[in-house]
Design a protein around this ligand. Structure first.
Ligand SMILES: [Zn+2]
Length: 248
């Protein structure tokens, strides 16, 4: 199964094709879709993974179709909560241990990074006993829906409305996903030295090199499994550039 993650942005377009802001702040200045988009962008940058609906061009059925058309192992859609409350919570596919672990890790990381209440991993079912959220119910990979913080709570909104706040939140979500999905696969440099780069692509700068015979551990992969992120966080390696898998 694919280990690749995809991040989706909630709202932006409704089923009639009109702009759907999602929830809005009390002063109407902040829209859920726009803040979720920036949080999601930082999460996908951190994980070097695909991002859906950043521009608000995909409604929910289209986003679900996008997720199911890709060979993804995990999907997370980013939202902001509303309705009077504070803190962070994440919904997961009921009965999924991976979903539960990811939801727990995301909440723990966001709560710590933003210093907001951890409302925890949750499931929500409809009257038929199926998962309430279409993004969780109708997507093929293990899926979670992240309610980052409450947009209608002033102190919560303050934490994510700035660029730095969105970055902190997005990276915390990404680290939670990374922790939950880490498989810790061991590799060895087989032929010649390989570059450790700052991102998953030859266009990213080289941070250091691994020499022939050196072993390393990969936690997550990106770009269809071609790039692996080192467990010490030092960067990304092209796994097809002369590396081979070895036993732990
Ligand atoms: Zn929403």
């Amino acid at each position: 199964m694919s280990r690749e993650t995809v991040i989706s942005v909630g709202h932006g377009k409704n089923q009639a094709g009109k702009y759907d802001p999602g929830a809005v702040s009390g002063d109407k200045k902040y829209h859920e879709h726009r803040i979720a988009g920036r949080i999601a962008k930082y999460a996908s940058d951190y994980l070097q993974c695909d991002l859906i609906n950043y521009d608000g061009s995909r409604n929910l059925p289209e986003r679900i179709k996008d997720v199911n058309a890709g060979d993804y192992g995990f999907a997370a859609e980013i939202h902001l909560n509303a309705g009077g409350g504070t803190g962070t919570e994440t919904f997961y596919y009921h009965g999924s241990p991976t979903g539960r672990r990811a939801a727990d890790e995301i909440c723990r990381n966001v709560s710590a990074a933003l210093n907001v209440r951890d409302r925890g991993a949750k499931t929500r079912l409809n009257a038929q006993g199926k998962d309430y959220f279409g993004f969780i119910r109708q997507t093929k990979p293990c899926a979670v829906l992240v309610e980052s913080v409450f947009i209608d709570c002033g102190s919560d909104l303050d934490k994510v409305k700035t660029e730095q706040g969105a970055k902190t939140c997005g990276e915390a979500i990404a680290k939670g996903i990374e922790n939950a999905l880490a498989e810790n696969t061991r590799y060895e440099v087989a032929e010649r030295a390989v570059c450790v780069r700052s991102g998953a692509g030859e266009e990213f700068p080289v941070r250091r090199r691994l020499l022939k015979g050196e072993k390393f551990t990969v936690t997550v992969t990106a770009k269809r499994g071609r790039w692996g992120k080192l467990d010490d966080g030092s960067g990304w390696v092209n796994l097809e550039s002369g590396c081979r898998r070895v036993k732990k």
